[in-house]
Design a protein around this ligand. Structure first.
Ligand code: CTP
Ligand code: CA
Length: 231
């Protein structure tokens, strides 16, 4: 185990991170979820604490082996709506907001009060889904001066060029200061302890290309945040 002494270059800053994957209930025992483990967001929270920040983590579902650092204040949430309300409540105090959570784009229109029974829907089941509000867009709209907002994008792409194009478009659409994009797929991006991030600024400029462990990419992202704040 190598102990790396980190500069306390985030001392005095309040950092708010979201991590994990939200779960949208279908009925009392079932949900719609996603494959996010929470590993990258939890690594960012720990890295920020290592660098002296005061850190709050809004944690949607995390894999069982992903445990937040004890220095980090954790707010546990389930659904996208709960995550949005927790972010809205804590964002005003944050200097840096990093939206690493995989937030469900839709929730079930009519959540069943009882466990759905097969006899009710023989052969095929259709669920109506309604679009959830965009949490990070709301945070950008409410941003106060001096606040740095970072979004993530996990994209299925055929090339690095396509990843970059999608990252640029999403950064512009969201109005965030930085957007960290990574390529995902059936066999890519989730189970691994490693990650590769392409980080773009609000004008679409590539400010960092980072790969390595999720701790390495967490520190690279925080370096990019500090650079963006002094620009
Ligand atoms: N996000 C959010 N609220 C949502 C959906 C996403 O705040 N309802 C945030 C994510 O946490 C991430 C960023 O927006 O930081 C980008 O998420 P992504 O799913 O890549 O973008 P979407 O705008 O949802 O577009 P799409 O899924 O269609 O690519
Ligand atoms: Ca989405």
């Amino acid at each position: 185990l190598a102990l790396v002494e980190r500069p306390r270059d985030l001392a005095g800053l309040s950092v708010l991170v979201s991590a994990g994957g939200t779960r949208e209930p279908i009925d009392p025992v079932r949900f719609l979820g996603n494959r996010s483990s929470g590993r990258q967001g939890v690594a960012i929270a720990r890295a920020a604490a290592d660098r002296g920040a005061t850190v709050t983590l809004v944690a949607a579902h995390l894999d069982a082996d992903v445990r937040p650092d004890p220095r980090v204040e954790v707010i546990s949430v389930g659904t996208a709506d709960e995550l949005g309300r927790a972010m809205d409540a804590t964002a005003p105090d944050a200097d840096v907001i990093i939206m690493a959570a995989a937030v469900a784009d839709y929730s079930v229109a009519a959540v069943s009060e009882h466990k759905l029974r097969k006899q009710e829907s023989p052969g095929t089941l259709t669920l109506d889904l309604v679009e959830n509000r965009d949490v990070v867009a709301g945070l950008v709209a409410a941003r106060r001066p001096g606040q740095t907002i970072v979004a993530f994008a996990a994209e299925t792409v055929d090339s690095e060029q396509e990843l970059l194009e999608r990252a640029r478009a999403k950064a512009a659409r969201k109005g965030v200061d930085l957007l960290a994009a990574n390529a995902v797929g059936w066999t890519r991006g989730f189970e691994s302890a490693d990650n590769a991030l392409t980080i773009v600024g609000r004008d679409g400029d590539v400010v960092s290309m980072a790969s390595g462990t999720k701790d390495d990419t967490a520190h690279a992202l925080l370096d990019a945040v500090l650079a963006a704040r002094t620009r």
